[in-house]
Design a protein around this ligand. Structure first.
Ligand code: NAD
Length: 261
């Protein structure tokens, strides 16, 4: 389905990445104005340029979501420019290293939590403070790794379980303000950076769960999906569009699994 987001503005964190970019295209094609936040300013500028074809307003802000100061400044600038933000796609994330629990490095564990948990919190809080005036909708990117912990991804699983927990609590806290908060949990999505990285790095671990050949890991992973294929970036964006749309007006605190079964 396509929705009309005419006159609405969506803020997307991780807007330079695969899922953020696909979602920006989806919302711009449904007439929303787009605000992108990302650490990677160069890639974000490329995405902004692609979005020019839709003739909607687009703004980009360099922002590290681990810094509440950065996040608050970006929100303030976006609100100044657009008047209000109707939707927030809280999506920036980092996959972490791939290794077993007994070897997982403390510094990377902390980095994953800083980006995927504290980062999501900072954006949730800024969104809530803005939206409590006139309502809105938020979608947090969790992961199927936040539903079932995959091997060799200890920090990532911890962080994505946390995102689902924050989604449930924020949905309750913000319901009185007319703010809906949901999560999406993609599983195997591609082609894209995370798909390539996870097949290569799962192979490199050499665990009992996957082949040490990345091409075989791809097949093993696809064979674990009931629908026997990867999900596309557009199929993830479709889930976000539904959750933000008025058709989801009575849905909050929900984790939408986009997993092919
Ligand atoms: P990606 O790496 O292409 O995009 C992630 C983006 O987040 C990048 O542009 C990166 O620069 C940005 N980012 C990282 N740290 C940041 C920070 N501190 N501040 C601001 N921006 C930062 O990956 P993606 O697949 O687009 O991932 C988007 C989200 O989807 C992530 O939360 C990821 O965990 C989740 N996810 C992805 C998949 C998948 O298979 N692609 C599956 C499940 C969940």
């Amino acid at each position: 389905a396509s929705y009309s987001f005419e006159g609405k503005t969506i803020l997307i964190t991780g807007g330079a990445g695969d899922i953020g970019r696909a979602t920006a295209h989806r919302f711009a094609s449904d007439r929303a104005n787009i605000v992108l936040l990302d650490l990677n300013a160069a890639k974000m500028a490329d995405v902004a340029q692609e979005l020019a074809q839709y003739k909607v307003s687009v703004a980009t802000f360099s922002c590290d979501v681990t810094s509440s100061d950065d996040v608050n400044k970006a929100f303030a600038s976006a609100i100044e420019q657009f008047g209000r933000i109707d939707y927030v796609f809280n999506n920036a994330g980092y996959q972490g290293l791939f290794t077993t629990t007994d070897e997982y490095p403390e510094d990377d564990f902390q980095k994953v939590l800083d980006i995927n948990v504290a980062g999501v919190f900072h954006v949730l809080k800024a969104a809530a403070q803005h939206m409590r005036e006139s309502g809105g909708a938020i979608a947090n990117t969790a992961s199927y790794a936040g539903v079932v912990g995959p091997p060799n991804m200890l920090a990532y699983a911890a962080s994505k379980f946390a995102v689902i927990g924050m989604t449930q609590t924020a949905a309750k806290d913000l319901a009185p303000y007319g703010i809906r908060v949901n999560a999406i949990s993609p599983a195997l999505i591609g082609p894209g950076m995370m798909w390539t990285r996870q097949t290569e790095l799962q192979a490199a671990v050499g665990s009992q769960y996957f082949s040490s050949n990345p091409k075989q890991v791809e097949q093993q992973m696809i064979d674990s999906v009931p629908m026997r294929r990867l999900g596309s970036l557009e199929e993830v964006a479709n889930g976000v569009a539904f959750l933000m749309s008025d058709e989801a007006s009575y849905i909050t605190g929900f984790n939408l699994e986009i997993t092919g079964g």
